[in-house]
Design a binder for this molecule. Structure first.
Ligand code: CP
Ligand code: NVA
Length: 306
């Protein structure tokens, strides 16, 4: 049997594959019938070990719209909690369904699923990365800025899963990605190293800095995400203290290009990582960005399963 194609990180795509996926997402956005019933007779299991609004509903809607059937499960509804291994779980589910979409904690949990799976496993967010969000982000940036090559993206805040996917995806697309985080909350050095290698091939760049102005000055895109990701709520106070100066506020918008677009993967905490005036202001594209989760995931499912 041929190995299934998994989608665990944007770092696993080629530049051409990324363009194809974004083109397909644009096409299905413009004409929802363009992918027809690509998932006819296909079953997709969606497993959530963490909460979700956008990912869960947009995946379920995408599967249904393409004529497939979604089975949505919380992690604690499976036998995993009673000691069944991830490999065995994936082996069994591969006999029933055609793909697994999984939101979990450590990236290693996804890798263990792929060890047992004979069907595609899609990362619907892990502590390490959020590639489905990254795809929608790139679709949104391309839509709003007309291209990805050479676009300057300044990310302010926690160097988390969303930052990692922007680094991988932005590097692949030839963007100039600049991440500003305090040293205590900077993105993984290994991600920065790998993203830089990719950027060198595609004509982009990836810079990690502690200086907000280095990321925000002249930026075409400003991006932020929550200070405490799911599973980190216990350290919220310390995180807020460390990240206080990395808020996406009016001052950051002032430093950026006049027509900067403001992005946030959501859920947002107004007054924490982003000022209400900014997320609800004229530069914000967060609702279009959230909508694009649906289109990019349709394209992704059709690509992996159609
Ligand atoms: N952006 C995102 O993944 O949102 P949810 O956590 O609501 O799925
Ligand atoms: N970094 C956030 C993203 C939520 C979509 C988290 O992991 O909670």
């Amino acid at each position: 049997m041929t190995e299934p194609r998994h989608f665990l990180s944007l770092g696993q795509l080629s530049k051409e594959e990324l363009s194809e996926l974004l083109d397909a997402a644009d096409a299905v956005k413009a004409k929802p019938s363009s992918l027809g019933s690509k998932l006819k007779n296909k079953q997709v299991a969606l497993i959530f070990e963490k909460p979700s609004t956008r990912t869960r509903v947009s995946f379920e809607a995408a599967v249904n719209a393409l004529g497939g059937n979604a089975v949505v499960l919380r992690g604690d509804e499976l036998q995993l909690g009673r000691g069944e291994t991830l490999q065995d779980t994936a082996r069994v589910l591969s006999r029933y369904v055609d793909a697994l979409v999984v939101r979990t904690f450590a990236q290693d949990r996804l890798e263990r699923l792929t060890e047992g799976a004979s069907i595609p496993v899609i990362n619907a967010l892990s502590d390490f990365s959020h590639p489905c969000q990254g795809l929608a982000d790139l679709q949104t940036i391309r839509e709003k800025r007309g291209a990805l090559e050479g676009v300057a993206l300044g990310y302010l805040g926690d160097g988390n899963n969303v930052a990692h996917s922007l680094m991988f995806g932005g590097a692949l697309a030839g963007m100039n990605v600049r991440i500003a985080s305090p040293a205590t909350h900077s993105p993984s050095a290994e991600v920065a190293r790998r993203a830089n290698l990719t950027a060198a091939q595609s004509g982009g760049s990836v810079v990690v800095t502690e200086v907000v102005a280095e990321a925000a000055s002249g930026a075409d895109v400003l991006y932020t995400d929550v200070w405490a990701s799911m599973g980190q709520e216990g350290s919220s106070e310390a995180r807020a203290e460390a990240l206080e100066h990395y808020r996406l506020d009016e001052a950051a918008v002032e430093l950026a290009a006049d027509d900067v677009i403001v992005m946030h993967c959501l859920p947002a905490h107004r007054g924490e990582e982003i000022e209400a005036e900014v997320i609800d202001g004229p530069h914000s594209v967060v609702w279009d960005q959230a909508e694009n989760r649906l289109h990019t995931q349709k394209a992704l499912l059709a690509w992996l399963l159609g």
